[in-house]
Design a protein around this ligand. Structure first.
Ligand SMILES: [Zn+2]
Length: 223
């Protein structure tokens, strides 16, 4: 089952942070505890705010999306987390202003920044994400929790995980646009495969990821 695979991936994410040998410098259990608290906070944010969606991907780790755009991903290794961010997004600009933290930069290439983060940097990231995103407004009626078209967080998470795992393929619009692969920086939306107006539900079987363009075309041609 799909839900089972998400549980497996979260377990895998945490297990990869646990050192295999003893005598590893620092207190890894405190770090792992912080990571678990952070995952729980992100999960609560995802449930309360449809602008935020998570995805665990078996190779990369945790992807965090905001408003259909990838914000960062966290990849666990045995001593630290690797934080990948896209240059010039809000998070990368905020990190640029932090003095002292984030000095363990390992690699920077054209589109992404890659940082090794340990406990201090991780606590900064945790404060950043929960602080910046807790106050995000949910304005559209279609995204309010009580609205019948509201897609629960776990369903969005399953759809996003499947999308990333299968290589970021947008399913296109039947009869108009073929399936096509999109980049990690292309904005996405969550679509009801059978439209809500035709009885389509908010279940994992009826929700898919589409690129913003295809989703708009699908909505425009359905009416
Ligand atoms: Zn598309």
């Amino acid at each position: 089952m799909k839900r089972y695979s998400i549980t497996y991936q979260v377990t895998d994410f945490i297990a990869r942070l646990i050192p295999k040998r003893r005598n590893v410098e620092g207190d890894s259990s405190a770090f792992i505890h912080s990571v678990l608290v952070f995952l729980q906070q992100l999960d609560q944010l995802q449930e309360s705010n449809p602008r935020i969606t998570l995805s665990f991907h078996s190779k990369d780790g945790l992807w965090v999306y905001l408003d259909g755009a990838a914000q960062f991903f966290l990849k666990p290794t045995q001593k630290f987390l690797l934080l990948h961010i896209f240059k010039k997004n809000k998070l990368s600009l905020s990190i640029g202003k932090v003095k002292g933290a984030f000095q363990t930069k390992r690699k920077v290439h054209y589109a992404e920044c890659l940082w090794e983060i340990r406990q201090p940097e991780f606590l900064w990231l945790m404060n950043y994400a929960t602080g910046e995103w807790t106050s995000l407004e949910v304005t559209s009626p279609t995204t309010q929790n009580s609205h019948p078209r509201y897609i629960p967080g776990i369903v969005r998470q399953l759809a996003l995980t499947e999308f990333i795992t299968k290589g970021r393929v947008c399913n296109g619009v039947y009869g108009r646009i073929k399936k096509h692969r999109i980049s990690a920086t292309t904005p996405i939306e969550f679509d009801h495969i059978l439209p809500h107006s035709q009885g389509g539900g908010n279940t994992e079987w009826n929700v898919q990821v589409l690129c913003v363009e295809c989703n708009r075309l699908k909505r425009a041609t359905a009416q």
